[in-house]
Write a protein that binds this ligand. Sequence first.
Ligand SMILES: Nc1ncnc2c1ncn2[C@@H]1O[C@H](COP(=O)(O)OP(=O)(O)OP(=O)(O)O)[C@@H](O)[C@H]1O
Ligand SMILES: [Mg+2]
Length: 268
Amino acid sequence: MSFDATREPVISFEGVRIGFDEGEILHGVNLRVASRETKILVGETGSGKTLLLKLAAGLLRPDAGRVRVLGQEISALPEKELLDFRRQVGFVFQEGALFDSMSVEENVAYRLREEAVDEAEIEQRVREALRFVELEEAIDKLPGELSGGMRRRVSIARALITAPPIVLYDSPTAGLDPVTAQTIITLILRLRDAHGVTALLATHRLQDAFAMVHYRFDAEGGRVVPVAQNGAGPATNFVVLREGAICFEGDFRAISESADSYVQKFLV
Ligand SMILES: Nc1ncnc2c1ncn2[C@@H]1O[C@H](COP(=O)(O)OP(=O)(O)OP(=O)(O)O)[C@@H](O)[C@H]1O
Ligand SMILES: [Mg+2]
């Protein structure tokens, strides 16, 4: 099946509902993410951010509504095809979710070994991914021997090992000091600007997300630079979730100027 990113969003949710024993949690979410767009999801704890990311990754199925990703209705895909689909989506989990008993190498290589890629190629790709996150020297370490920021970088290396066109970041800077958070943001900008990744990013730290609007990764210079004042930066837009429903959608200017008191809570 061919997918034309100029005609269709890379990710779209239509009337998506999901609930558990305690009742419905997402109440009919509509959302679109265009090719190379970064959509920032903010909302209080329990508002449904992680659920949205898991639905986009095909890790959960909605009770009602449709989730389309890269031209496929993943909410209707049989399990076997979902496995193929997931290769196209990198997921940086909220808690890093590394396998503690496995080395950094084994964690990063995990998906490639699952797919029985040959070992020589695995070694080369794992080193490349670790070089990208500047952690090649940690290849034989266990997650327990790393700092929180390093573990987050290993999660990013693991997510990008299949060179996915879509990356879902679940609170990638949560719990990190500002300097370490900055290194993570730089990696995210690099994936966006040098690799053309389409992303959904959940966060409580809107200030970090604003860096996505104001800076870009300059591949030639190999560093992060401010976006020119009147220059068109890469598309970064904001969605605010409140109790399982979208209560705001818009760009940086719109969110900065929002008069809604719930939205304003994230601006301070
Ligand atoms: N598998 C599950 N079974 C039952 N309830 C669930 C499940 N997954 C999520 N929930 C509930 O859905 C709601 C939304 O959860 P979600 O993890 O999406 O919140 P969140 O916005 O990511 O919060 P946080 O900012 O704390 O990460 C919560 O009330 C949670 O308890
Ligand atoms: Mg969450």
